[in-house]
Design a protein around this ligand. Structure first.
Ligand code: ATP
Ligand code: MG
Length: 562
C-alpha cells in the first residue's frame, strides 16, 4: 500500500487493512450495528451505522443489523420498527442478516453453564446494594462475596432454579469469577445474569433471567462470526472483559475496536435524555423536527445523502470532541441546493396592489426551477394586479443600507417587473399598514433587454392564485452549545430554548405547489429549504423549514483556511 493511501485511512481502516494483509480472519470483513431497542436512533447512531455498513461495503464484506434486546424493561416493538425503518432510509441493506440477541438466549444460557462448570461463574445472594458496596472503588480493591466459593454443583442447581423462576428479582445473580482486586472495575466479578420478571417483546414470559450487555455482546458477536466489533469509547475499559468471556469459553474471537462517539453542539444525544424530552412534553414526539433523531431529521427535511456526507466529513477518531451543528446544516444545504426546486413563498404576507396593471389581467411568467441544474426545467407562475410580498421587505422608514421596498423606492420582483412604492395604506385607527400601492414599469420585464438597475430583488406570490399554507420555523432546541455541561445547565432541560418552534399559519405559496406531497423538499427563495410535513392533508399545506440559507459553516471554513 502506498504511503499516501495509508495516510488517508482512518485508524479502523488501518487495522482492517493490516488484518486483511495478515489473513487474520481469512480475508473476511464482517461488522454489525447493534442498537438496543429502547429509543429511536439519533444522528450519533448514524455515525455508527455509516461506519459499520460503510466498512463492510468498502472491503467487500458484510454488516449485520442486530438488536441488542437483553433488557425487557425498557424495550419495545415500536423501537424495533423505527430502527429498521431508519437504517433502511439511510440507505443501508443487511439483506437476510437481521438478528436479535434474544435469539441467542438458549445458547447464552449454555455458555453460562459452561463457565459455572469451569469454576468461572457463581451464583451470588448479595443484594444489588451489597454488590455495589463490595465492588470497591478505583483506589480501593473490592471485597469477595461470601458466596463466591460455592461448589460447581450448588451453582449449577441454583442457576437452574433462577431460570425456573424460583427466586425473586434481586435475590440472586450469576457473576463471573474473575478478580475482586483488579485495577479494572469491570473485571471485579461482573454480573452475567439478573432476575427480571417482565415479559420480553420477543420471548414473552419464557425467560425470567436476562444476560447483561457485557456477557451477551461478545458472545453475540462470536456467534455471528463478526470480525471487527466496533463500539464507542466508553467500552474501552470493558474490552478486557469482552476478551475474557471469549477466551474462557474458547470460542471464535472478534476484535473489539473503540472510536469516539459523536457529540453535537446545541444538542443532546443520549437516549435517556431524548426519552425525557419526549415523555416530559418538551417536544411533540420522537419525530419532532427539532429532535436529533433520524426520524426527526427526516421530518425536518434532511436527506439520507446529507446525513451520510456529514458522517463522512466528521471522520473517525479516538478522542471525544463536539462537532459544530452548523456542519450538519451545511451538509443538508449543499445537498438541497443541488436537488431542491426553487419556488416562491411569502411567510408574513403584506398585500401590494399594482395600480397601473390592468384589473383581471393575468400573465404567465417563466421561472427556472434550479439554476444549479438546468435539466430541472422551468415552470410558469402567474402575475396579476394584486400580489403579496414579505412584510419584512418593506419599511416605511428605511434604515441605512436597507435597499428593499420603501416609499418612493423601486425594487425588482423576481421573474417579473420592477415596481415602485407610491402610497402606503393604513388603518386609520391603529396605524397598521394594510396594503401598499405600487406602479410597475411594463418595460422592465425579466429577461427583456432591460437597462434599469435596482438594488433589491424580492420574492412574491400572486394574491388570487397563491395557496394558503402553514409554515413551522425551528430554532435550536438548546440555548447553550453544550447542554450536557452540568455547570452551564444543572439539568439539561434548564437550557431548553423556549422559542425553538414558531408556527406561521397565514403564509402563501405559489400555485405550483398544489400537488406537493409529504416529504417533498423546496427552496423557498431567500427564505431557506422547506419540506412538506406529514400533517398536510385535505388541501391544508404544512411546511417545515429544514434550514435557512445563511451558511455559518461556510464562514467558519473560510476562516480556517486563512
Ligand atoms: P445512548 O448513549 O444514546 O443511549 P447507546 O449507546 O445506549 O446510546 P445503543 O442502541 O446501544 O445506544 O447504540 C448502538 C450503537 O450505536 C452502539 O454501537 C453505540 O456505540 C453506537 N452509538 C451510540 N451513540 C453514539 C454516538 N453518539 N456516536 C457514535 N456512535 C454511537
Ligand atoms: Mg448501549
Amino acid at each position: 500500500m502506498s504511503e499516501e493511501k495509508s495516510q488517508r485511512l482512518n485508524f479502523i481502516e488501518k487495522i482492517i487493512e493490516e488484518d486483511l494483509k495478515t489473513g487474520k480472519y481469512g480475508g473476511r470483513v464482517h461488522t454489525r450495528f447493534p442498537p438496543e431497542p429502547n429509543g429511536y436512533l439519533h444522528i450519533g447512531h448514524a455515525k455508527s451505522i455509516c461506519l459499520n455498513f460503510g466498512l463492510a461495503e468498502k472491503y467487500g464484506g458484510l454488516c449485520n443489523l442486530r438488536f441488542d434486546d437483553t433488557n425487557p424493561m425498557k424495550e419495545e416493538a415500536e423501537y424495533v420498527e423505527s430502527i429498521i425503518e431508519d437504517v433502511r432510509w439511510l440507505g443501508f441493506d443487511w439483506e437476510d442478516r437481521l438478528f436479535y440477541a434474544s435469539d441467542y438466549f438458549e445458547q447464552l444460557y449454555e455458555y453460562a453453564v459452561q463457565l459455572i462448570k469451569k469454576g468461572k461463574a457463581y451464583v451470588d445472594d448479595l443484594s444489588p446494594e451489597e454488590i455495589r458496596k463490595y465492588r470497591g472503588t478505583l483506589t480501593e480493591p473490592g471485597k469477595e462475596s461470601p458466596y463466591r466459593n460455592r461448589s460447581v454443583e450448588e451453582n449449577l442447581e441454583l442457576f437452574e432454579r433462577m431460570r425456573k423462576g424460583e427466586f425473586q428479582e434481586g435475590e440472586k445473580v450469576l457473576r463471573a469469577k474473575i478478580d475482586m482486586a483488579s485495577g479494572n472495575l469491570n473485571m471485579r466479578d461482573p454480573v452475567m445474569y439478573r432476575i427480571i420478571k417482565a415479559p420480553h417483546h420477543r420471548t414473552g414470559t419464557k425467560w425470567c433471567i436476562y444476560p447483561t450487555y457485557d456477557f451477551a455482546h461478545p458472545l453475540s458477536d462470536s456467534i455471528e462470526r463478526i470480525t471487527h466489533s466496533i463500539c464507542t469509547l466508553e467500552f474501552e475499559d470493558h474490552r478486557p472483559l469482552y476478551d475474557w468471556f471469549l477466551d474462557e469459553l474458547g470460542v471464535y474471537h472478534p476484535q473489539q475496536i473503540e472510536f469516539a462517539r459523536l457529540n453535537l453542539s446545541y444538542t443532546v444525544l443520549s437516549k435517556r435524555k431524548l426519552t425525557r424530552l419526549v415523555d416530559e412534553g418538551y417536544v411533540n414526539g420522537w419525530d419532532d423536527p427539532r429532535m436529533p433523531t433520524i426520524a426527526g431529521l427526516r421530518r425536518r427535511g434532511y436527506t439520507p445523502e446529507a446525513i451520510r456526507t456529514f458522517c463522512d466529513r466528521i471522520g473517525v477518531a479516538k478522542s471525544n470532541s463536539i462537532v459544530d451543528i452548523s456542519l450538519l446544516e451545511h451538509c443538508v444545504r449543499e445537498d438541497l441546493n443541488r436537488r431542491a426546486p426553487r419556488v416562491m413563498a411569502v411567510l408574513r404576507p403584506i398585500k401590494v396592489v399594482i395600480t397601473n396593471y390592468p384589473e383581471g389581467k393575468v400573465e404567465e411568467l417563466e421561472a427556472i426551477n434550479n439554476p444549479e441544474d438546468p435539466s430541472m426545467g422551468t415552470r410558469m407562475i402567474p402575475f396579476s394586479r394584486e400580489i403579496y410580498i414579505e412584510e419584512d421587505d418593506f419599511r416605511e422608514d428605511p434604515p441605512k443600507k436597507y435597499y428593499r421596498l420603501a416609499p418612493g423606492r423601486e425594487v425588482r420582483l423576481k421573474h417579473a417587473y420592477i415596481i415602485k412604492c407610491e402610497r402606503v395604506i393604513k388603518d386609520e385607527k391603529t396605524g397598521k399598514i394594510l396594503e401598499l400601492h405600487c406602479t410597475y414599469d411594463p418595460e422592465s420585464k425579466s429577461g427583456s433587454t432591460q437597462t434599469k438597475r435596482v438594488k433589491a430583488t424580492l420574492h412574491w406570490v400572486s394574491a388570487p392564485h397563491a395557496l394558503k399554507a402553514e409554515v413551522r420555523l425551528y430554532d435550536r432546541l438548546f440555548l447553550k452549545p453544550n447542554p450536557d455541561d452540568k455547570k452551564e445547565c444543572p439539568d439539561f432541560t434548564d437550557c431548553i430554548n423556549p422559542d425553538s418552534l414558531q408556527i406561521l399559519t397565514d403564509c402563501r405559496v405559489e400555485p405550483s405547489l398544489k400537488n406537493a406531497s409529504v416529504g417533498d423538499r423546496y427552496q423557498f427563495l431567500r427564505l431557506g429549504y422547506f419540506c412538506v410535513d406529514p400533517d398536510t392533508k385535505d388541501g391544508h399545506l404544512v411546511f417545515n423549514r429544514t434550514v435557512s440559507l445563511k451558511d455559518t459553516w461556510a464562514k467558519i471554513e473560510k476562516k480556517l483556511q486563512k
